[in-house]
Design a protein around this ligand. Structure first.
Ligand code: SF4
Length: 244
């Protein structure tokens, strides 16, 4: 079995960002890291907010089949896909994970967070008294005890399409909502699957990677100007489009 040191892994990622693919010889090692995560702790909570679902779908569609299987095998992965019928069960489950694994679990957020009307545009469940629980409140609550927060895709990182003016739901990127907390941005619409897996493996095995001024892992985004993102021109062009 190939063993990947942090230095080897960084080199691999720098190559991958320029050439577009994780070498096949490293797949077993990366699968092993994901399977280790799958066997026990730490749990991963994955929430979808104002999202088209493309980030997770493209990840599962594009990633190497062995990596996809390892990803799906993360037993402690709690995944909220919108819309979902039994939201209350889900909210209870993730709050229990946050309580039981305080400071140990990872929170992945896909999509922007509606902050308008105190978050009421995105309700994820109800409390015991029947009062709505918003995604905004859930994210704030969970992030306070998460080991790391990952914002997956341009919508989660910077607001993306849902935050385009006039932005009636007040959508914002995760780092803006969680100002002052460490958030790892993995922008792209959707982000390259290697960059998602690479960041996840880095966080699970080596901890939080070096981040640039936009909170993006330099392993993958070095060389892109600050604020620049893959397909950023699309967001810019949409901003200039009138939908009225
Ligand atoms: S970043 Fe793109 S693919 Fe991901 S949720 Fe937003 S619009 Fe969809």
């Amino acid at each position: 079995m190939t063993y990947l040191s942090k230095k080897d892994f960084s080199q691999l990622c720098l190559g991958s960002s320029g050439e577009g693919g994780i070498s096949q010889i490293y797949i077993p090692e990366i699968v092993r890291t994901l399977e280790e995560a799958a066997m026990g702790c730490p749990p991963v909570i994955w929430l979808q907010g104002a999202s088209c679902g493309g980030c997770s779908i493209s990840l599962l569609d594009n990633v190497h089949p062995k990596l996809r299987n390892a990803l799906i095998k993360i037993k402690s992965l709690a995944f909220l896909q919108q819309p979902v019928a039994n939201k209350n069960d889900f909210v209870e489950k993730v709050l229990t994970i946050a309580r039981d694994y305080k400071g140990q679990f990872y929170l992945i957020i896909e999509g922007a967070i509606p902050t308008g009307a105190d978050g009421l545009y995105c309700i994820v469940g109800e409390d015991a008294d029947g009062r709505p629980i918003s995604l905004l409140n859930l994210v704030k609550k969970l992030s306070a005890s998460a080991k790391a927060v990952l914002a997956l895709g341009t919508c989660a990182a910077f607001g993306g399409v849902p935050a385009i003016e006039p932005n009636p739901t007040g959508c914002q990127g995760v780092s803006k909502v969680l100002a002052g907390q460490t958030v790892i941005n993995i922008p792209g619409c959707p982000p390259h699957s290697d960059w998602v897996i690479g960041t996840l493996v880095h966080v699970l095995r080596y901890g939080i990677p070096d981040l640039d001024g936009d909170l993006r892992p330099t392993l993958f985004y070095e060389g892109l100007d600050q604020g620049e993102e893959p397909l950023g021109y699309l967001t810019e062009s949409l901003k200039k489009t009138s939908f009225s």
